[in-house]
Design a binder for this molecule. Structure first.
Ligand SMILES: NC(=O)c1ccc[n+]([C@@H]2O[C@H](COP(=O)([O-])OP(=O)(O)OC[C@H]3O[C@@H](n4cnc5c(N)ncnc54)[C@H](OP(=O)(O)O)[C@@H]3O)[C@@H](O)[C@H]2O)c1
Length: 234
């Protein structure tokens, strides 16, 4: 197979950046997409230094037109096909039910759930043209288990799980594998400014999630890697 062609949403920092760099280590062509273009440019340099070929596509997953344009730029860079799509862009916030702001609820669903739908809608044809084809949807432990003050986040991540399960069945005949990834707490900027006693020292590192994604991708195509749980060892 020629180099792997990858699109990582939210690839500018945290888990998405680590996934982009993990594929770069394998010599992949990696398009990173997010809103902040300075952070994207920095990751592109890291991708190139790690042995891959990087490309930045500014994109807001909340905006269909922005996703359409970013996917078009991504396919320009890859020459048309995509082999891997990582739906990783996401936000996190907490609120008790009585304090839940409807605009914040809508924003959570728009970014964490409707965003992957826009990306898949726009990128499906490029993916169909790929070789070893695989979609990764980065859900969360909160997509399997409820936590207090997490209703909006959990609803978005359980929703992503459902989206992912349905796509797996729909895309299997096209030779496209779909994996849902469920990391536990991971030390990234997602916790910045979120009130709480977060002990970052016990959290996963973004590289742990990236390695789990790579291992699932590297597994034989005949293997159905539906769900990948990522949790600290022991
Ligand atoms: N960290 C954890 O504990 C944890 C655990 C389980 C699952 N996850 C999931 O893993 C994913 C990555 O999280 P992270 O911890 O790496 O967070 P992070 O460090 O805050 O990174 C989030 C990424 O998503 C991008 N993003 C946010 N809103 C966006 C939008 N509207 N359009 C496009 N890109 C957007 C950000 O870039 P811009 O802000 O520049 O757009 C950034 O690249 C999320 O889906 C999260 O829910 C995280």
């Amino acid at each position: 197979m020629s180099e792997i062609r990858v699109l990582v949403t939210g690839g500018s920092r945290g888990i998405g950046r680590a996934i982009a760099l993990r594929f770069a280590k394998e010599g992949a062509k990696v398009v990173v997409a997010a809103r902040n273009s300075e952070q994207l440019d920095a990751v592109v340099q890291e991708i190139n230094a790690a042995g891959g070929q990087g490309h930045a596509a500014q994109m807001n997953v909340q905006d269909h037109g922005s996703v359409e344009a970013a996917v078009w730029r991504a396919t320009e860079f890859t020459g048309g096909p995509l082999d891997v799509i990582v739906n990783n862009a996401g936000i996190f916030a907490q609120a008790a039910l009585e304090d839940q702001d409807i605009a914040e609820w809508d924003r959570m669903i728009a970014i964490n759930l409707t965003g992957p739908f826009w990306v898949m809608s726009e990128a499906i044809h490029a993916l169909e043209e790929g070789e070893k084809k695989h979609v990764f949807n980065i859900s969360s432990i909160a997509g399997k288990q409820g936590f207090p003050k997490n209703a909006a986040y959990s609803a978005s991540k359980y929703g992503l799980r459902g989206f992912s399960d349905a796509l797996r069945e729909e895309l299997r005949d096209k030779g496209i594998r779909v994996t849902t990834v469920y990391p536990t707490a991971t030390d990234t900027t997602i916790f910045d400014g979120v009130p709480g006693d977060w002990d970052r020292s016990t959290m996963l590192k973004p590289e742990d999630v990236a390695e789990a994604v790579w291992q699932a991708y590297a597994s034989p195509e005949s293997e159905d890697v539906a769900d990948v749980d990522v949790a600290p060892a022991g």
